[in-house]
Design a binder for this molecule. Sequence first.
Ligand code: OOB
Length: 466
Amino acid sequence: MTWPEEFAQRYRDLGLWRARTLGSILRDSAEKWPEHTALVDGDRRWTYRELDTWTDRVAGGLRGQGIGRGDRVLVHLPNIAEIVALSFALFRVGAVPVYALPQHRDTEIAHLRQAASPVAYFGSADLPEADRVVGDGPDPADVALMLLSGGTTGLPKLIPRTHNDYEYNLRASAELCGFDENTRYLAALPVAHNFALGCPGVLGTFWAGGTVVLCTSADPETAFPLIHREKVNATALVPPLVLVWLDQAEHLGLRLLQVGGSRLKEEAARRIRPELGCELQQVYGMAEGLLNYTHLDDPDDVVFTTQGRPLSPLDEIRVVDGELQTRGPYTIRTYFGGDFDSFTEDGFYRTGDLVRLESGNLVVEGRKKDVINRGGDKIPVEEVENLLLGHPKVHDVAIIGVPDEFLGERSCACVIARGEPPTRRDLVTYLTGLGVAAFKLPDQVRVLESFPRTAVGKVDRKALAL
Ligand code: OOB
């Protein structure tokens, strides 16, 4: 389930795992910088002391509800201050937030309920009450939170991250990115996603004593005025948003612009400094753990053309048949509920990404997993295919990625019709009716007589894409 003891021992001995819980991050910073602004959400602002007090109140409320150590709680909130206070309160009582994305709808929430058996739900959909158990405080080796996989094969899996490993993840990231008490980080991507949560994200900013500015939309109309008003100096984006920001060609005065989640084109990378006036850092990460960063003092070519190198000296990486495999102090050894295909016998996680190493830095060249990366949003194709098979006009369906200038790739549903062929609108209306996140809706539909098959009879997605 977790790291073998010899590995855990090494990570502790080397001071990577410090036996700190995530709840203590806010407490420590509140002691060091009580009057410093910790959090800004629109017109609402909290100092570290205030946020710490609020968190304790929420924790008391959770305990009053009987929510405690080890209980999973489904958190389905946008970037509002409540997701911050609730998360820290859950960390403090030892309950485990399971982070749904704000874009998720009934179908995804139903899946998460089934997969995680949460005792409570915080968000906009309705959940009946479940059994509740009272517990005590957390142990650093406990699971602190659960992230969703960008989708391997089948339905999104739950990724259990411990206090020990995630505290290291965000602390090492904050150090590498030079975060300190003067950092003013704009959370433009969802806080519920690993990138904005802990790479270094909002948690890394709190660890460093900086200020987190929340934003519910990364559109320039919303984000740019906030950047100016709050003197934001660091943020993280996915590549399509970078293109939108570049179109505005406005100097933002950011010290650091992190970009990751999908492949950033070199041409866009080169425009960032002259047009937005900020330094680029490429981030190639995954909710399962491993993070790769370009460094702030790397030569331009490295920053513009590679996805950087592993965060930790204890990260182990190897490339097998083009696929990146990894294990290390903050990479899971198994998914919640188990899954043996994604891990090798010696504990390496098979990323499904095809990479090459270029003088020590990774370049992501493709993937072998059945996921479409739609500008950073991961579409688990099997999940959507299974839903579409329920449509009366669909006999069979295969969803493939097709190249897209803006998103990197978009989705195409290849359909064998049952009688009258379905239109895109038919399928979109159907999926929307089921309550599916908008980014999973097919961008286009192609009707075919039959699918090309591989030698073993599986749909040949590569041939379909031609
Ligand atoms: C981030 O995490 P996930 O879990 O949503 O998705 C992980 C997958 C990777 O396996 C890779 O296929 C792709 O997203 N990816 C990239 C990339 N960053 C992630 N592909 C090309 N270039 C990049 N820079 O997406 C994530 C987690 C933490 C930090 C940043 C991104």
